[in-house]
Ligand binder design. Sequence first.
Ligand code: FES
Ligand code: FES
Length: 177
Amino acid sequence: MAIEAVKVSVTINGLEKSAKVEPRMLLAHFIRDELALTGTHIGCDTSQCGACSIIVNGDVVKSCTILAVQADEAEITTVEGLGTVDNLSPMQKGFWEEHGLQCGYCTPGVMMAMMGLLKENPNPTDEEIRIGLEGVICRCTGYQFIVSAVKHAARLIAEEKSEPAEDTSVVKEGISS
Ligand code: FES
Ligand code: FES
């Protein structure tokens, strides 16, 4: 008997997307195969490596551990939602400027996991970062560079927050006059 497809709708990186999928489809496959967002990697498919980590409704989730249907109506951020090539986010800049990757396979998952860590703890110690990295495995094992990258990202995020908001009064005055 054919399995009936189910419609799954999500808001992903600020865009509303939906697709009809088999109820057994994992969220990781839904994101990669149905939504063509291949920045989310699959390393093990068995919740071990963390390469598939994304943010679902504000929490870091290994997307191979839940079904797409369980994420129906969810708000999702993947690595593609962090920034663009021309406008890297602080997390991406941290990895770029501190050489926080080697082959890069684990990197999207590591960055999403670290987004979760910095949300909870904006100024983590090396040890706290290492503990936060427990769920994401880097086969290249360059962990010291990853720790440096996350610390740099934390600094960049703090700097961004401390910058005064852009003064738009001149523009507003111009519009109203
Ligand atoms: Fe999901 Fe490895 S692919 S944890
Ligand atoms: Fe190669 Fe992490 S950089 S697996």
